[in-house]
Each structure stands twice: as structure tokens, then as C-alpha cells.
Ligand binder design. Structure first.
Ligand SMILES: C[S@@+](CC[C@H](N)C(=O)[O-])C[C@H]1O[C@@H](n2cnc3c(N)ncnc32)[C@H](O)[C@@H]1O
Length: 248
């Protein structure tokens, strides 16, 4: 199989984060996007830093198994690097991304990468799920859902969160982000995000979570979610939250 000739948002993010797992086609798309919007690296660094703080917070609750949806490229401060003792299953729907992730993680016995459509958790290989997220459905786990909500319409997203709530054990924690309307004033950049991309006003975020209850931190710009020191000054392109799966 040759190199992909289409850019992927997952590998573009790897480029913006300073990773090594992207191709010239991704750099070209990332550069075109920055011409239409502005610098992206600081914005995505803040999103990845939020992932780090949220995953650390989950691990601090004693959670040692993580299920990651829309995982993209599993490097640069990603879940298994932050929760260095935990087992982690990364999933995605894009076969090229999955193959890349499997290559990056080859040889690890505590981290796997496989197919998983977030909108239908039944698509995850049960053997992989139980190997890397032991006790799924019976003991609390971390669910990471970042860079994905913007690609699902409201009904699909609500149903997805509801199914995840039903499947996850009480005490499980969901790390999630939502895209704001930041690109509304950058129509060329917005067009580059493709037809399924949707922006939302912050007031729309909480109702989408359904039964998942955000922690007292709320749903806030990712740089202001439990910041380590003074929050970075970046556009509020992403809001994030940690949400809890309560008792039935
Ligand atoms: C913008 S990237 C985000 C990557 C990574 N989570 C991050 O935050 O850097 C979105 C990823 O979601 C994947 N994706 C899109 N629809 C999906 C779905 N229904 N289920 C799982 N993954 C999906 C894409 O293939 C892509 O890798």
C-alpha cells in the first residue's frame, strides 16, 4: 500500500504539535488552512495540554483503563504517554490512521489500536476491548472523546453519548471537547473542514452530554480547564470538560 494522497486532520494535528507522523500532503493542507485562518500550533497545543490534564485527573481517581475514540495519531503527549501505567485502546474509523497508529504502537503490550466507530461501540473488537480496557462495563474507565464531536450532528452525538453512558460503569469519566464558532469569521478555513463539520455556540454543549454530568469545572475553554499556572492566550476554538457517569 502506497502513501495516502489525501491529507488527514489527524496527521495535520500531528504536524501542528511538532510530531513526526505526517506526510507532505498534510503539511500542504495545514499550510493552506493557516493561510485561511491563522497559526494553529498554539491552539492545538492547548487542546493536547487539556487532554493531558484531563487524563491525569482521570488517572488520579484510580482509573487505569482508557478507551479513546477518534484517536488520530497516538503520539505527542497522548493518553498512554500521560497515563504511563494504564492500559489504553485507541480507536478510529480511518483505516490509514489505524494502520499508522498500529505501526507506532507495535510491540506495546499495554496499548492497542483498532477500528471503532464512536457512534456504534459494537464495532469495536470485543477481544481488543477486554484486553486493553479490562472490566469495561463493570469497573470505572476513562473515555476520551476529543476532536470528534464537531464531526457528528446533534442527534447522533446525543445518541452516542447516551449509548456510552449506558455501556460504561458508574464512576467512569469522559474527557470531551466541542468546537466553538471560531471559524465563522474565516469562511475559507471553514470550507476546508468539509461538509460534516459543525460549529456550535457554548450554550449548546451541555445539553448534548445528556446524562453525563460535567465536573464542577464546567465546560470551559480548554486553556482554562484546571490550568497549570496562567492560561495561555489563544482563541477559544475548543471548549472542554470532564464528565462523570453517575449511578443509575
Ligand atoms: C480532528 S481528528 C482528532 C484526532 C485526535 N483525537 C486529536 O484530538 O488530536 C478526528 C478523528 O476522528 C476520526 N473520526 C471521524 N468520525 C469518526 C467516528 N464516527 N468514530 C470514530 N472516529 C471518527 C477521524 O478519522 C480522525 O482521525
Amino acid at each position: 500500500m502506497g502513501e495516502p494522497d489525501q491529507p488527514s486532520t489527524a496527521r495535520m494535528i500531528d504536524y501542528w504539535l511538532g510530531g513526526a507522523d505526517h506526510l507532505p500532503v498534510d503539511v500542504a493542507a495545514a499550510t493552506a488552512f493557516e493561510q485561511a485562518y491563522g497559526p494553529c500550533a498554539p491552539v492545538f497545543r492547548e487542546l493536547r495540554a487539556f487532554l493531558g490534564r484531563a487524563v491525569r485527573a482521570i488517572a488520579a481517581q484510580g482509573v487505569d483503563g482508557f478507551l479513546v475514540f477518534g484517536a488520530g495519531v497516538p503520539t505527542m503527549g497522548n493518553v498512554h504517554e500521560v497515563a504511563a501505567e494504564a492500559t489504553v485502546l485507541y480507536t478510529d474509523v480511518d483505516p490509514v490512521t489505524i494502520r499508522l497508529g498500529q505501526r507506532i504502537l507495535a510491540g506495546s503490550d499495554r496499548v492497542g489500536y483498532g477500528f471503532g466507530d464512536a457512534t456504534d461501540i459494537g464495532t469495536i473488537d470485543p477481544a481488543q476491548l477486554h484486553r486493553f480496557v479490562p472490566g469495561w462495563g463493570r469497573r470505572p474507565v476513562g473515555v476520551v472523546f476529543l476532536g470528534l464531536a464537531a464531526f457528528l450532528d446533534d442527534d447522533t452525538l446525543m445518541r452516542t453519548f447516551d449509548e456510552l453512558y449506558a455501556a460504561a460503569a458508574p464512576g467512569s469519566l469522559l474527557a470531551v471537547d466541542f468546537d466553538t464558532e471560531e471559524l465563522a469569521t474565516h469562511p475559507q478555513a471553514l470550507a476546508m473542514m468539509g461538509p460534516t463539520f459543525r460549529m456550535r455556540p457554548p450554550a449548546a454543549f451541555a445539553p448534548l452530554l445528556g446524562r453525563w454530568a460535567p465536573t464542577a469545572d464546567g465546560i470551559v475553554p480548554v486553556s482554562r480547564w484546571r490550568p497549570d499556572g496562567v492560561p495561555a492566550e489563544v482563541p477559544d476554538a475548543f471548549y472542554g470538560a470532564l464528565a462523570v457517569r453517575g449511578e443509575d
